[in-house]
Design a protein around this ligand. Sequence first.
Ligand SMILES: Nc1ncnc2c1ncn2[C@@H]1O[C@H](COP(=O)(O)O)[C@@H](OP(=O)(O)O)[C@H]1O
Ligand SMILES: [Mg+2]
Length: 278
Amino acid sequence: MATGQALGQGPAVSNDAAAALMQSLTDLVLRAGAAILAVDRSAPVEQKPDGSPVTIADLAADRIIAEGLTQLALGIPALSEERCALGRAASGSFFLIDPLDGTKDYVAGRDEFTVNLALVTDGKPLLGIVGAPALGLVWRGLVGHGAERLTIGADGKVATAAPIHTRPMPSTGDPWIVAISRLHLDDRTVAFIESRPGAVRAPMGSALKFCRIAEGEADIYPRLAPTCEWDIAAGAAVVIAAGGRLTDGSGASLRFDEPRPNFIVPEFIAWGDPRAAG
Ligand SMILES: Nc1ncnc2c1ncn2[C@@H]1O[C@H](COP(=O)(O)O)[C@@H](OP(=O)(O)O)[C@H]1O
Ligand SMILES: [Mg+2]
């Protein structure tokens, strides 16, 4: 079966029901992150059919989240990068998971990799959790309820939690901080950046780019090149919950219920200040 298919219907999870799930889902992201850190990074790297790398850390994190969701017995379908042949729900709610985003950065020995867990309801990101285990940080948000940044202690538990918000777009002439991919920067995105006078590039791996926007450390993350839905849904939810927006290249809100071959999103822009998106 081709991937990218919509299968069945998930229950529509409400905002309040999602809020009640936040801590259990955060615990899963923390456990998946701990499993990634426990793996020997020098273990062999396999290539998937699309040429992207997969390691035993990706698979260990994926298993923890899959088993954890099964134990929570929520009856909500889940689509993960590592099990994407299963398709996603056509309507209602579903989880969208990247157990290890930034695998190439991880393999290269950098700390800029994340565990991404999103809950999408009726095509819109509702809840997102992005864990950066090597940095000891988690960002999480629930649209309509706000977003926060957690620090994780040496015991693996949440040490501090602070609310976060995107920042207003820079005044004319002031620099824009532009989050960009460290390893996948493309010509169209470069042209977009260069069309904005005063743009300062901030390269980083994985969904961290969304998190820096959500906490007001960056202004925009343009990606006019393909990524997959699981790379962006959790980060998008955090950005939107923190006051920002996620659009396609023409300014329309990006949805997660459109038929997309192999779940590929051709382009998107994450904006800290929705007024900047026009
Ligand atoms: N041509 C392409 N098509 C689909 N996804 C792509 C892609 N090039 C890069 N990606 C995605 O971009 C992610 C890395 O983004 P970044 O460079 O910003 O860290 C990868 O996530 P994984 O590491 O989970 O495979 C991969 O899924
Ligand atoms: Mg990814």
